[in-house]
Design a protein around this ligand. Structure first.
Ligand SMILES: [Zn+2]
Length: 131
């Protein structure tokens, strides 16, 4: 059946089938603008949750960001290395050490900062062979 605007009713049915049938019917009924608003709202809430991470998790994240190894010649490249400034030696930082590091910063312990692991961790690093 041709309508005056040149579209027939079949075209209209095809348009409606563009939406994923997995979508909630309520979302399907909304305009694209409304759906975008909802998507933005969900993303905003997700960001808010991320910002609400416990301090220690945030610090861990910062340690990760600060000490990601970018040295081409290092075997642990793209992993995490603490680089001892005085020697340039790379020490692989494993997850459990990162957690201890973050905990030490949180408690303001053993001289730990984002740029300086706690003393006991530095000792651990030095006990192992550097990379
Ligand atoms: Zn490295």
């Amino acid at each position: 059946v041709k309508l005056s605007n040149g579209k027939n009713t079949l075209d209209k049915d095809d348009d409606e089938q563009d939406y994923n049938s997995d979508d909630l019917p309520i979302l399907r009924a909304l305009s694209k603008q409304s759906r975008d608003l909802i998507t933005n709202r969900i993303l905003k809430e997700k960001r808010a949750r991320d910002n609400a991470l416990p301090l220690e998790r945030l610090i861990e994240k910062n340690i990760f960001n600060t000490w990601r190894c970018r040295e081409e010649r290092c075997d642990n490249r793209r992993g995490y290395c603490f680089v001892l400034k005085s020697t340039g030696q790379h020490y692989k930082v494993i997850t459990s050490q990162q957690a201890k590091w973050a905990a030490a910063i949180t408690k303001n312990h053993r001289g730990a900062t984002l740029n300086q692991p706690p003393y006991n961790l530095i000792a651990q690093f030095k006990d192992r062979e550097g990379l």
